[in-house]
Every structure is written in C-alpha cells, then in structure tokens.
Design a binder for this molecule. Structure first.
Ligand code: DGL
Length: 272
C-alpha cells in the first residue's frame, strides 16, 4: 500500500496549488495528477454534474492503484466528497476540513470570511465544518467568480486585479472578519492582491497548505508513507496539455512539466 502513488485531481490546473504544497510537505511521495481541463469550470455547475464529473475523475485515477485520492478542488470537496467516499474504495481527502480547522483555530474573534466558487459558497460546507469545531463562529461567505478566469489570464496583480478584489472583499467588511479562508484552488495565486486589500490585520488561511499537512499526518498515522527517494510526478489532462503546461508554471512555480492527454474513451464514463 505504501508503494502506491497519491492521486490528486481537480477540475483543471487549480489543484496544482495543492500539488505545490504536497511537494513541499511530502517530497518523497509519488504523485499522479489529473486535471479535467476539458470540462473546467466546475464551480458554476449543478451538484449532480459536479458529483458525476468527480466520480469519473476519481475512477480514472484508480487505475494507478493509489493509496489515497486527494480531491484538490474546493468545489468537488464541498459538493461531492461524501459521494466519492461512498463510491471509491480508497481514502479520499478533500480540502475543506483542513482549511476550516485552521480558520477555526486561528480566528480570535470567531468572525471568519470564506471566498470560493458559487458551488462552494452555495454548499455551505465551510460554514458547517467551522461551526462543528467552533459553534460560536460567525461565518460569512462570498462567491468570487471572476477570480478563476483572472488567474488563468495571468491577471494576478495590477489595477484590474485590485479593483475586482476590492469589490468582492468589500462584501466581507460588514462583519469585520479577522480570518479569511481562500476556499478555491486558484486563490492562493492571488494572495498578494488579496493581502493588499484586506491589510495585515486579517489572517489568511490557504486550504492548499492545510490539506498538504493533513495528508502528511494521515500517511504517518496509517503507516503508509513512502520510503525515501521515491518521489516523482505525472500529469494528465483531458484537453489542451499545452495550456496546462503554460499555466503549470504559474501555479507550480515549475519551469516546465510534461503532460499526457487523456483521450475521451479512456476517461468519460469512468473506465472502471
Ligand atoms: N478548482 C475549483 C475550486 O477549487 C475552481 C475552478 C472551477 O470552478 O472549476 O473550486
């Protein structure tokens, strides 16, 4: 079991923020990443569609016999994690619990802001997870749909990025949050501009980092961590590997990576 890779998937390239955090936390692990670039974005879709896509993604990854699957997508984690757990027979880790836990611990006032896609915000998954840990917490969530295309266009700083961030984050001002959760894979790339708008008094929780730490703990607790020197990473995408490679530089900080295109017959319908 400890020989299997860690399988990671996302609706597209965004989950690479989680991969970056995993590479830092557990460099000895082998990672297989699948980005569903043919069907991104998930964040504007219905719960039923998100669940179906998520299960197809996970089933594609099962052929690598992973010891663990990481749903490195807030939209999937908030909407389909229970469904995946019911239908897949390896442990599935999402990104919500770890981010919620970190926010609940970090906040002094209990006033916590969440930003994410429409589906993540509508699911209220972060609110529920935070209030389970800290029932007194007052949570306010705001969908920021322009952030995903902005990041993918490379608009991560400058006047446009700041204007959009001010507009969205202004919605959190009424309750005066002291902690803000970046509840979408793309948002860590905008951390600089978000920080500029919130100021230093607001603590920022990056669910990617928190998830990587949770995966590390789980591997240790279960005794399934890989031995030294087995690391490595393989990328698969359901469309346009060239664009994936281009964006990987932004998300992963890598200079280059090789990406294999997954043909529809290998993927849609699950292959399991
Ligand atoms: N990966 C998604 C998330 O974290 C963002 C992109 C999308 O909408 O598919 O919610």
């Amino acid at each position: 079991m400890s020989d299997g890779p860690i399988a990671v998937f996302d609706s597209g390239v965004g989950g690479l923020t989680v991969v970056r955090a995993l590479l830092a936390a557990i460099p000895g692990e082998r990672i297989v990443y699948f980005g569903d670039t043919a069907r991104v974005p998930y964040g504007t879709r219905s719960k039923e569609t998100i669940r179906r896509y998520a299960l197809e993604d996970a089933r594609f990854l099962l052929r690598f016999e992973p010891k663990l699957i990481v749903a490195a997508c807030n939209t999937v984690s908030s909407t389909a994690l229970d469904y995946l757990e019911e239908n897949v027979d390896v442990p599935v880790v999402g990104v919500i619990e770890a981010g919620a836990m970190a926010a609940a611990k970090a906040s002094e006032t209990g006033r916590i802001g969440i930003i994410g896609t429409e589906a993540t915000v509508d699911s209220r998954a972060y609110e529920r997870a935070i209030q389970r840990i800290r029932p007194d917490a007052k949570v306010i969530a705001k969908a920021c749909p322009l952030f995903v295309p902005m990041v993918e266009e490379g608009r991560v700083e400058g006047d446009v990025a700041e204007l959009v961030a001010r507009e969205y984050l202004g919605g959190l001002a009424p309750i005066g949050v002291d902690t803000l959760v970046l509840g979408c894979t793309h948002y860590p790339v905008l951390k600089g501009v978000i920080r500029k708008v919130t100021g230093d008094a607001v603590g920022i929780v990056d669910s990617a980092d928190e998830t990587a730490n949770a995966v590390k703990r789980l591997l240790e607790e279960e005794g399934i961590a890989a031995g030294e020197g087995r690391g490595g990473i393989e990328f698969f995408a359901s469309d346009n590997p060239g664009r994936f490679r281009h964006l990987a530089v932004l998300f992963l900080g890598a200079t280059t990576c090789s990406v294999t295109l997954v043909e529809p017959e290998d993927f849609f319908g699950g292959g399991a």
